[in-house]
Ligand binder design. Structure first.
Ligand SMILES: [Zn+2]
Length: 333
């Protein structure tokens, strides 16, 4: 939910509590009105129109209730809406191959990278957002996504420009009041980092990692966290390179042929890359993937975090579809 909506929700909550304090009857009435107005607006959406009016915003509900079209000339404007939204946004999933860091470190790393991305690509705050995945309670990876329409495509640049991620990490360390960066990055050694003596910042401040947007995480953020510093130092000396598939097209080709023979959906054109592993047989619409040979624990965890089920198949397809694969692909369709 956008921050504005969240603020509005909080505001409404306070309003309702105040109402309850004044009288239970008043509270009941207000609640009844809320429900009724929501139902009316939803009904209007179903009918394919909404009333909009700045001047007569207080009258919109009356019009909805009365359905008085003749009076519309005097009041709110009736406007056709098509309640379908379509939008494409870039997202990037950042996952540490050695496994997630402790909770506070994952939160700190998330906000360090978010601020680094914002500074390197000169974004407005909130243009690219980050979230822990699968949830705030279980921070296994960091999802970054472009929150505004027609974003600057910065997440695409992060994965295609070999030095972009390194620049983000270095900028984050600088922001975290770290000095002696060149030596520390070269050795990937957090012990070589020095504190800016002017910083006057213990674990975080509004000049480094704290912001209005990340208030719920303020207690977790610690710019001195050694795991975070080590990770950022390693990223700061990294290059981004696409992972080449270790499998030839041979097996995938045989599988394509067999799947269409069995009347099962064909895998996506693009292989799925998870936790550094390339999965040539992936059905994103079915949240299903198949690998040749055993699945590593890390890969399985990463796939499950993304909601995928994974099965093992032989290099060469047999005469009949592997039952587990068939069930995954048929069951989800
Ligand atoms: Zn600070």
């Amino acid at each position: 939910m956008a921050q504005g909506q969240r603020n509005l929700a909080t505001f409404m909550k306070i309003l309702l509590v105040k109402r309850l304090e004044s009288s239970f009857h008043a509270f009941q009435e207000t609640l009844g009105r809320f429900i009724k107005s929501h139902e009316l607006v939803l009904q209007a959406f179903d009918d394919g129109f909404v009333y909009t009016s700045r001047k007569h915003s207080n009258k919109v509900l009356e019009f909805l209730e009365e359905g008085d079209d003749d009076a519309a000339a005097e009041g709110p404007v009736k406007q056709r809406v098509v309640p379908i939204v379509q939008d494409t946004k870039n997202a990037a999933l950042l996952r540490l191959s050695a496994g997630p860091l402790p909770e506070a470190a994952m939160a700190t790393l998330q906000h360090a990278l978010a601020r680094g991305i914002g500074l390197v690509f000169q974004l407005e705050e909130g243009e690219t957002l980050t979230e822990p995945v699968p949830s705030r309670e279980s921070r296994r990876a960091i999802l970054a996504y472009e929150a505004t329409e027609g974003g600057a495509g910065v997440l695409g640049r992060l994965t295609t420009e070999p030095q972009a991620l390194a620049g983000v990490a270095r900028t984050a360390l600088e922001l975290m009041h770290c000095r002696n960066l060149d030596a520390a990055i070269a050795a990937a050694d957090p012990a070589l980092l020095q504190n800016d003596p002017e910083a006057q910042c213990v674990k975080g401040c509004y000049r480094c990692l704290l912001s209005y947007y990340n208030q719920p995480d303020h207690e977790l953020i610690d710019r001195t966290d050694e795991d975070v510093r080590r990770t950022l130092l390693r990223l700061a000396r990294s290059d981004v390179a696409p992972i080449a598939s270790s499998r030839g097209a041979g097996e995938a080709g045989a599988w394509h042929e067999a799947l269409s023979r069995w009347g099962l959906p064909l895998p996506d054109g693009e292989p799925l890359i998870v936790d550094g592993a390339v999965l040539p047989l992936a059905w994103r619409a079915h949240l299903a993937a198949a690998v040749y040979g055993p699945v590593g624990d890390n890969t399985r965890c990463a796939l499950e975090a993304l909601g995928f089920v994974v099965t093992t198949v032989p290099d060469e397809p047999g005469d009949t579809p592997p039952p587990e694969l068939a069930e995954m692909l048929r069951g989800a369709s």
